[in-house]
Design a protein around this ligand. Structure first.
Ligand code: S3P
Length: 173
């Protein structure tokens, strides 16, 4: 019985957009990790990175994961680096459908520019080198998902519809 969906993927892969649409379709809650951490800390993610460092942000992700673990009928959209603590995904895996929203470096760069460049890990160095390198480094973590979906050729609503079908199918099995 599947009663939770976890959307993983690189920055700008559309986790929050797809997650919100999927939660609406399923009639479940939606939880955006970055937004929750920002609200609880009273600080933007980039401010947390700048003032307190990445290790503190990762500890906040871990703490949030532990607190929300009992929640069911929920779609989760953790930040793109949440997967680098793979034990967190494993903790939530039972009863969850996990999906990797795939995105290539060129699209990340385009979307990041359009969104105004607010992501702390993409602020230093030439993005054209940094983004592909970080995507490659993260792939072994994203590969742990049950399903992979190409986000470049399809609209968020289509992706949400496909995920909702998977949830229904898994629920029947
Ligand atoms: C990060 C991704 C961001 C945010 C933080 C770190 C990462 O979330 O959690 O800037 O390490 O990939 P999005 O994937 O929602 O941009």
């Amino acid at each position: 019985m599947i009663d939770r969906v976890i959307l993983i993927g690189f920055m700008c892969s559309g986790k929050s957009t797809v997650g919100r649409l999927l939660a609406e379709r399923l009639g479940w809650d939606f939880l955006d990790f970055d937004a929750t951490i920002e609200m609880e800390q009273g600080m933007d993610v980039h401010e947390i990175f700048a003032r307190r460092g990445e290790a503190v942000f990762r500890a906040l992700e871990r703490d949030l994961t532990e607190r929300i673990a009992p929640q069911r009928r929920v779609v989760l959209a953790p930040g793109g680096g949440w997967v680098t603590q793979p034990e967190l995904l494993e903790e939530l895996r039972p009863g969850s459908l996990t999906a990797w929203l795939k995105v290539g470096p060129r699209t990340v760069l385009e979307r990041h520019r359009r969104q105004g460049g607010v992501r702390p890990l993409l602020r230093v160095g030439p993005l054209e080198e940094q983004v592909p390198a970080l995507i490659t480094a993260r792939e072994p973590f994203y590969c742990r998902a049950d399903y992979a979906l190409d986000t470049e050729s399809r609209q968020p609503a289509e992706l949400a519809a496909e995920l909702a079908d998977w949830v229904a199918r898994e629920g029947d099995s």
